[in-house]
Ligand binder design. Structure first.
Ligand code: ZN
Length: 388
């Protein structure tokens, strides 16, 4: 059945003003102010007082849970379907983290398929924090070419005591394998990079670009709002052609250790002359948020939250004065482009019918439509996981 969203202020992400959006077959069919459906059977959603934006693209979620850095009782829980829908996320990329033993790639693929079966556009990165990259089919290229939801590699840890301390050559080889696998499979083939608190920051990525034929754009570094120095390094990286990712999940301890709130980091990057097209937010949902003492022992641990993705965009708009059409790009069109998801992240005819309706004044989520299916209506979840 066709669906017609009427009277919404549409941010596609560009501001299109008050429009109607016609949805059918899981796609946006047309956007206009006078859509005539003739005698067709149409279900109408009145979105007066709402803004309509593309469904959110969360480029890093620990769907299997993560953590464990403080022992087995500190393992974080798996993502549930309701976590995803209530966050307005319609597309996500799952990844392993520090623990690639207790959590592993076969389980990650199955979790990806579980979310896909529920109607979410779910993908994953092969590998983990560690080198050599563990794969499912024997090589990075095979994983990209044989496994449909595999988009790249990650999150490979640099500048972190929990990583494998990769060399320039090792990281270049991973990136080139991902790049070729991406070319051959028509996918992004990016390497998601976990950037830890080490003082070398993004140096290794620049060294790879300088010493080999691998460009900076092969890498998609995250946690760039970890501190002011890394944010400055991220600005340099972005101005040289890369895309940088900021992490929205945080806690008071993180801020005490110098982390910059995402909304403020976005404002700062824009004031430094970084193009908004080179900046994304991801939730790092269900990751652990550990804080370590100077001697490396664990101080505290929290769990990342997918809902922080919109919270930070909302704060960027309402507290920092960044226009919605700009701020919303960091969780819609820009991650979709970075991940080469060509039918995601924009409201346009032919794109997937992933739509979030939010109250225009508070930017609270009211409705979530994923692949044309209404999953949340008037703040009520219509769909949950089987065991929720
Ligand atoms: Zn990470």
């Amino acid at each position: 059945m066709l669906k017609l969203i009427k009277n919404a202020h549409v941010f596609a992400p560009e501001d299109l003003g008050i429009q109607s959006i016609l949805i059918g077959g899981g796609q946006v069919l047309s956007i206009g102010d006078a859509i005539d459906c003739g005698s067709a059977d149409v279900s109408v959603i009145d979105a007066a007082g709402m803004v309509a934006v593309p469904g959110f693209v969360d480029s890093l979620v620990h769907v299997l849970g993560g953590g464990g850095e403080g022992g087995f009782t500190t393992r974080t829980p798996e993502v549930q379907l309701s976590d995803v829908i209530q966050s307005g996320v319609t597309t996500l990329v799952g990844a392993l983290g520090t623990d690639s033993v207790g959590r592993n790639l076969p389980a990650l693929v199955c979790k990806t398929h579980e979310l896909k079966a529920h109607g979410i556009s779910a993908f994953f990165y092969t590998g983990s924090y560690h080198l050599p990259i563990d794969t499912l089919c024997g090589s990075i290229q095979k994983d990209l070419m044989y496994i449909e939801p595999c988009l790249g590699v990650g999150e490979v840890a640099i500048a972190d005591h929990r990583g494998s301390q990769p060399s320039v050559r090792e990281l270049a080889r991973v990136a080139s394998h991902a790049r070729v696998g991406g070319m051959l499979s028509g996918k992004a083939g990016v390497v998601s990079i976990h950037v830890g608190p080490g003082e070398e920051r993004l140096d290794l990525l620049h060294q790879v670009a300088e010493q080999t034929d691998v460009p900076l754009s092969a890498f998609y570094p995250t946690h760039i709002n970890r501190d002011a120095e890394l944010l400055a390094a991220g600005a340099v990286f972005a101005k040289q052609g890369g895309t940088i990712d900021l992490t929205t999940s945080s806690n008071p301890q993180s801020f005490a250790f110098g982390e910059i709130k995402c909304s403020k980091a976005l404002k700062k990057l824009l004031s430094m002359g970084v193009s908004v097209d080179a900046i994304t937010f991801s939730s790092d949902g269900h990751a652990s948020l550990p804080e370590f003492n100077p001697d490396g022992s664990l101080n505290s641990l929290d769990v990342g939250c997918m809902r922080s993705l919109l919270d930070e965009v909302r704060d960027a708009v309402l507290d920092e004065g960044i226009p919605l059409e700009q701020a919303i790009q960091v969780i819609t069109s820009t991650p979709a482009k970075t991940l080469s998801l060509h039918h995601k992240g924009q409201l346009k005819p032919g794109f997937d019918a992933d739509v979030v309706l939010m109250k225009a004044d508070s930017l609270e989520i009211n409705d979530v439509i994923c692949g044309g299916e209404v999953m949340m209506e008037k703040q009520h979840l219509l769909k949950k996981g089987r065991f929720e």
